[in-house]
Design a protein around this ligand. Sequence first.
Ligand code: GDP
Length: 444
Amino acid sequence: MAFENLTERLQQAMSKLRKKGKVSEADVKEMMREIRLALLEADVNLQVVKDFTKRVRERAVGTEVLDSLSPAQQIVKIVDEELTKTLGSETVELTKSPKIPTVIMMVGLQGAGKTTFAGKLAKHLMKTENARPLMIAGDVYRPAAIDQLKVLGQQLDVPVFDMGTDTSPVEIVRQGMALAREKKNDYVLIDTAGRLHIDETLMDELKQIKEIAEPNEILLVVDAMTGQDAVNVADSFNQQLGITGVVITKLDGDTRGGAALSIRSVTGAPIKFIGSGEKLTDLEIFHPDRMSSRILGMGDMLTLIEKAQQDYDEKKAEELAQKMRENSFDFNDFIEQLDQVMGMGPIEDLLKMIPGMNQMPGIENVKVDPKDVERKKAMVYSMTPAERENPDLLNPSRRRRIAAGSGNSIVEVNRMIKQFKESRKMMQQMSKGDMNIPGMDQMF
Ligand code: GDP
């Protein structure tokens, strides 16, 4: 996830204050210098950094803070509040049309992730609102953009309106809108063309589409990896087209994240979503307060819980809890769990959303190797149904058969079964409310 270095640097700057009993104005100044450097290194816009540090400093040197019993804590709170403000203060939801369809137009440079985001958004709307969207393929310039959207449409079972690459995007949108009205789709998602750079022809075309489609939202999709350039792009799109929101993609990579921190202040347009991976489920609603908390290394339990709720089936979760209590968790459940957890994204990113976790020594070394997961799955697939349901059946000769069948050594099979039994025991204890379990730290 982005912001790793920034988080570390900010925590260092603030932890120095924590160690002091009494905090002086000079201490605050020193901390602010470090915070300023950390932000600049994360590629945050200079003016945004200046405004932010000025606000924090003014509040932090106020006597009621420095003279308080816990000045360091108060200052962390101020930093958190001001960072939230920089990110936009409030969560801004999608604007909906009072009568259907709500029209959402995606704009941005080529490769920013517009087409992918259109698919993610369609999935999100279907999941959260049972929506029936129509997607319009208006990107007639990028080779394969139309096919890409159609593939997404097939995966999601969402209709995609296209007229190939020979008709003008303006005409495509006109006809697509007519179809959506006829079919009573509640959302229309328009994927438009991007260019490598902003040019006049592109802007003219987008303005014409805007006129015809009368969108409720014009969402600018920008790539976090392009840093300050993303901010400049956002600024000019906003001036020429008037955007209603920003989507920042590719925040999963090791981007420095500065764009995410600057865009709101520079353009005034709210960030509405962030893209955190290539999969259709890798979309998060942007909440300034939660993002601030994550950047400051204080975790983001709410997003973690929502992610889990989104990806989890409640009935299944209850069944599973029951099995844990009864110690009847078997290898079939094990496989299902592996698939579900892997589907939520990299474990190391999930762990960091838990408050305090990113200060846990060794957390940066936690890596779950998908190949290892596949190996474990292969072993389970080599078991008979009876063995999967009853791990106690696994005597040495059965273990040898599983090793041969899954292409693993007997040592690996033994280790996997041992781990499975230990986890099962731990889960049973945890489900009975006993959180003080030796070996818990080894669980990952
Ligand atoms: P478009 O030209 O703006 O339509 O861009 P695409 O939707 O084709 O995306 C360009 C590339 O970025 C594709 O390879 C996508 O898989 C990838 N991509 C899009 N969003 C994300 C994201 O949030 N994270 C990562 N890692 N890749 C993304």
